[in-house]
Design a protein around this ligand. Structure first.
Ligand code: FES
Length: 228
């Protein structure tokens, strides 16, 4: 029996598209019962979740707990930010819109089956929200690696894990001069565009996080496993 592509969704258009994705990838599409959303014992190749269904967040949480390596894509018909964030926190590798759901699922499952490195995205905000704002532009408290600070420098959005590698101070509370931030506790300096250590006492670089702009939205992208 071919590996499965599980679908926890009712949207007929999206379900039809997933059946076509499954057939293209040589997988069998499996409709998961929405009422229970119980995770199967054997991990499928991927799971698509319609977040607006009742119980979808709980089901997503159960699937993630049962299968930590499973590719999970969740989608919304309307980009409602609280639910979007809940989906990310519940363990979706990616939350996207209804129109992109099948393509994103195909992309991530294809990468997964080919052994490519896994990544997980957290949506920040529309790109236009950052227009005209320069320097430190915000801190995201909840990500897979803890708080992350975002900077807008020379027309580019960059991000660092906010925790200083020396003794854990919040880097965004330090002073930013050009693209160099000085830790407020002991004065280590880091370049915010790539995390490089410019001055100690820290003997390690800060951890840089990739930013991705797609369809007008800005995402933080986290690799599965350590961020260095
Ligand atoms: S905590 Fe940042 S330099 Fe010590």
């Amino acid at each position: 029996m071919p590996p499965l592509l599980a679908v926890l969704a009712r949207d007929p258009l999206v379900c039809g598209r997933v059946v076509r994705v499954a057939s293209r990838l040589g997988l069998e599409a499996l409709q998961v019962r929405v009422a229970s959303g119980e995770a199967s014992e054997t991990a499928p190749a991927g799971l698509l979740v319609e977040l607006e269904l009742d119980g979808a967040i709980d089901a997503l949480t159960r699937w993630r707990a049962a299968h930590p390596q499973l590719v999970i894509v969740a989608f919304l018909s309307t980009p409602e930010s609280a639910l979007w964030h809940e989906g990310e926190s519940a363990g979706a590798d990616l939350v996207t819109t209804r129109g992109r759901a099948d393509r994103e699922l195909a992309r991530l499952v294809t990468d997964h089956l080919s052994g490519a490195r896994r990544s997980r995205r957290v949506r920040l905000a529309p790109e236009q929200d950052f227009a005209g704002r320069l320097g430190f532009v915000g801190k995201v408290e909840e990500t897979p690696v803890g708080p992350v600070s975002v900077f807008h420098i020379a027309g580019k959005l960059t991000a660092l894990v906010d925790t200083c590698p020396h003794a854990g101070a919040s880097l965004c509370e330090g002073e930013l001069d050009g693209d160099i931030i000085t830790c407020p506790r002991h004065g280590s300096q880091f370049r915010v565009t790539d995390g490089e250590r410019v001055r100690g006492p820290a003997d390690e670089a800060a951890v840089s996080i990739r930013t991705v702009i797609e369809a007008g939205d800005v995402f933080l992208e986290f690799e599965a496993g350590p961020q260095r």
